[in-house]
Design a binder for this molecule. Structure first.
Ligand code: NDP
Length: 296
């Protein structure tokens, strides 16, 4: 194996440490405790795990955590009323609605009801527009985590060829905007892309965000490239359940210069960036200096 392993778990621990320090300073110097409200509708097991983990880590960095668990048949009007209440609550600096929502709820309407200044997931249409026009915004957590790791590994990303496989609103598209903002030459590939292997081989930075286990083999990776594997796929192998990414780790690690593992790569950075975004939101609303290195 030749690639450097980018240790997202250790990186995320450092980010949480920085967040905790800033939170302490906010409390000591300004009497402000950042608060994150997480709203979950229904009892999707995977979402429950995430929400628990978010709540635990929020408290660990010294913030207040507010969990709102609503029944699966919650009426849209009731959910919107809760969001408006949280919008108006000065103790709440960040609001996250756990996705996916049950089918009877209009996710776009729900997300766009969140105050953009409290939209720590960065999914509100205003934040999407601000990011797309290079203005200060709340940045989606997963792509922000990827950007932090890339900047840390490369220093400057200027002029590098970046290929992102996947064009979702939560990962692929914002990742592309962020890399463009750092002056990469960006290609977004998707299910209709022709000769995907050849497109990937041009990448100095290859980000895989597809949701297909081990779809990207080592021979799609340019020698020395940095591979960021966003995928989280649960598979059965040798009678056991295993988590794998969208990249075939063993073969890609032979060729890449650096690679994120699954688990322990992008995943831990996502929650760390959620905490960073909540801190940023608390600073902005109070007119205080934002923490350096924790935003795009
Ligand atoms: P989506 O399903 O929303 O998007 C998947 C994208 O992959 C689509 O743009 C789709 O193209 C593209 N795609 C599908 N099949 C192919 C193919 N054969 N070749 C090329 N492109 C293809 O997924 P998400 O963006 O939400 O998530 C992607 C992965 O990242 C998942 O495994 C998810 O679990 C993981 N994830 C991990 C997070 C973390 O914290 N680490 C956070 C969020 C997601 P098209 O648009 O043409 O259909």
């Amino acid at each position: 194996m030749s690639a450097t392993i980018i240790d997202g778990k250790a990186f995320a621990a450092r980010v949480r440490g920085q967040v905790a320090e800033h939170v302490q300073r906010l409390k000591d110097e300004h009497g402000i405790t950042p608060g994150l409200a997480v709203v979950m509708v229904g009892e999707d097991p995977a979402s429950q795990v995430y929400v628990r983990s978010k709540g635990k880590q929020t408290v660990e960095v010294g913030m207040n955590s507010y969990e709102h668990k609503l029944p699966i048949d919650t009426a849209e009007e009731d959910l919107l009323t809760l969001i408006k209440t949280l919008n108006a609550d000065p103790a709440v600096h960040g609001i996250l609605v756990q996705l996916p929502l049950p089918d009877h709820l209009n996710s776009d309407l729900v997300i766009n009801t969140i105050d953009p200044a409290k939209d720590v997931d960065g999914f509100h249409i205003s934040n999407v527009g601000l990011l797309g026009t290079g203005q200060k915004s709340m940045v989606p957590c997963t792509p922000l985590g990827c950007l932090m790791m890339l900047r840390d590994h490369h220093g400057s990303l200027s002029g590098l060829n970046a290929v992102i496989v996947g064009r979702s609103n939560i990962v692929g598209k914002p990742m592309a905007q962020l890399l463009l903002g750092d002056s990469c030459t960006v290609t977004i590939a998707h299910s209709r892309t022709r000769d995907l292997a050849e497109v990937c081989r041009r990448a100095d930075i290859l980000v895989a965000a597809v949701g297909r286990p081990e779809m990207v083999p080592g021979d799609w990776v340019k020698p020395g490239a940095t591979v960021i594997d966003v995928g989280i796929n649960r598979i059965e192998r040798d009678g056991k359940t295993k988590l794998v990414g969208d990249v075939e780790f063993a073969s890609a690690a032979q060729v890449a210069g650096a690679i994120t593992p699954v688990p322990g790569g992008v995943g831990p950075m996502t929650i760390a960036c959620l905490l960073a975004n909540t801190l940023t939101a608390a600073c902005r609303v109070n007119g205080l200096t934002e923490p350096q290195g924790l935003t795009a």
